[in-house]
Design a binder for this molecule. Structure first.
Ligand SMILES: C[S@@+](CC[C@H](N)C(=O)[O-])C[C@H]1O[C@@H](n2cnc3c(N)ncnc32)[C@H](O)[C@@H]1O
Length: 239
């Protein structure tokens, strides 16, 4: 149950305070209160984005210019679909010639210009299915906003999301077109030095980004790796 009190960023400029309910945990009460008072959540609803996460990608793209017209993109952990919506819009993807392949274990409503796979990225046949979805071409961009369902145990959540980041990085290394880009979520302190070094070897530039739409108190940030050197270069580097 929600009640309005005082001034703030909630609907109609009034802060929404959530009362605790018997069946709701303290954590979900906090989550609900944050959602109801989050200006990005209200804006996403008004502007027709599936998630407030769309603004994180929009802000990163506005600053770093990733989503060019015609770019082919794989979106890992795409539900409910804000990133895919934005990617389809900014690349000019259509149902006739889709440029975007999205995967999630959760079901997603259709998005024009996006081929959606309801599947686990860890399934053996997932990588091939994603590439087939964009006509067998190497993607120019791999996006990953994947996060494991939170357990409330900080260390466990951290380890699981770090693992998903590693999966995204390995997938990108296997499939990206030369010059390609990887943008993937990681938790603060979660990018192991060894993995960062590997990324620096594989890409011309590797930076961490924290867009304004990512809540300051959230441990998430994104690794943005641009200028994929290609698999051949990499094996030469190793010699
Ligand atoms: C933060 S949400 C993504 C939000 C999305 N970027 C958007 O704009 O709507 C993280 C997603 O990662 C998905 N996910 C977690 N593990 C996954 C896996 N192994 N394979 C596919 N998706 C996964 C979750 O189901 C969840 O929907």
């Amino acid at each position: 149950m929600a009640e309005r009190s005082g001034r703030g960023p909630g609907r109609h400029g009034l802060k929404v305070r959530v009362k605790t309910a018997k069946k709701r945990s303290a954590a979900s009460t906090r989550w609900l209160q944050r959602q109801l008072n989050d200006p990005y959540v209200a804006r996403a609803r008004q502007e027709g984005w599936r998630s407030r996460a769309a603004y994180k990608l929009a802000e990163i793209d506005d600053r770093h210019g990733l989503l060019r017209q015609g770019a082919r993109i794989v979106d890992l952990g795409a539900a409910p679909g804000g990133w895919s919506q934005l990617a389809a819009e900014r690349t000019g993807s259509t149902d006739e010639a889709p440029l975007i392949a999205a995967i999630d274990i959760l079901p997603m409503d259709p998005i024009p210009g996006v081929v959606i796979l309801e599947k686990d990225i860890l399934d053996d046949d997932a990588p091939a299915a994603l590439i087939a979805a964009i006509g067998g071409h190497a993607p120019d961009i791999v996006l990953s906003d994947m996060a494991a369902p939170t357990t409330g145990h900080r260390k466990t959540d951290h380890l699981r999301t770090t693992h998903l980041f590693e999966v995204a990085a390995a997938f990108a290394r296997d499939v990206l077109a030369p010059g390609g880009t990887l943008l993937a979520k990681v938790f603060r302190g979660g990018t192991e030095r060894a993995l960062l070094n590997e990324l620096k070897r594989d890409y011309m530039k590797v930076v961490h980004v924290k867009p304004p739409a990512s809540r300051a108190e959230s441990p998430e940030l994104y690794v943005l790796a641009t200028g994929f050197r290609g698999r051949d270069d990499r094996s030469e580097d190793n010699e």
